[in-house]
Design a protein around this ligand. Sequence first.
Ligand SMILES: C[S@@+](CC[C@H](N)C(=O)[O-])C[C@H]1O[C@@H](n2cnc3c(N)ncnc32)[C@H](O)[C@@H]1O
Length: 236
Amino acid sequence: MARSTSSSRNGASDGSRRQRPGASKGSAGKSSASKSSAGWLKEHFDDRFVQQSWQDGYRSRASYKLLALDEKDRLFKPGMSVIDLGAAPGGWSQVAADRVGPEGMVIASDILEMDALAGVEFIQGDFTEEAVLEAILAVLDGRPVDLVMSDMAPNMSGMSAIDQPQAMYLVELALDLARQTLRPGGRFLAKVFQGEGFDAYLKELRESFAKVVTRKPEASRARSREVYLLADGFRG
Ligand SMILES: C[S@@+](CC[C@H](N)C(=O)[O-])C[C@H]1O[C@@H](n2cnc3c(N)ncnc32)[C@H](O)[C@@H]1O
């Protein structure tokens, strides 16, 4: 069953639930046409973060975004409980599992398959489906979470009227999960695309968290409208 968010924005100030935008199954935020193009492949293989990831044994260049955020904002400590949404192929989960160590917990989820990682509990499924939310809550078994991260991105069509609502829907659902699972004082990190709905989302974050900052790590391509919002001090 597809989920709706508890957002009260976009005119839904009576608390009514928004409708789910068009299906958002996808991978890494590029259309399949551009992904398969020779130009995209060349850019990908020439990319210094891609090359670095081969050397360092990371599954994706996305690891360097999280490493940079961690260096600046000290995201992780040993023993922390972390949820990683949109985790495949596992670059962020690798970083998180390494940082929280054996006393910590990392629950990762993605619509795509992901090869197993030591110290990471993986749940495969579409995060817009209720069953995935329930599976995550079941694994947590009431354990409060220190950090919820979302790097989810829908498969981009290139038409912002379609892509932006789908992307916002995913981060709304991620925020709903954060509100359900974070301990007071906990943190929420989400990739958000600048465009329609961004300012309202930022406002919503500020209502639930003491402080929100915007980050654009070096590994995030300058032409991409993605930024990372880090919300600190969950009000509970
Ligand atoms: C940029 S990639 C994530 C990269 C990952 N953080 C890493 O470090 O390797 C975005 C991910 O969002 C996932 N995604 C997109 N829509 C989703 C959905 N409805 N449910 C779950 N995952 C979704 C994609 O499958 C993709 O793996």
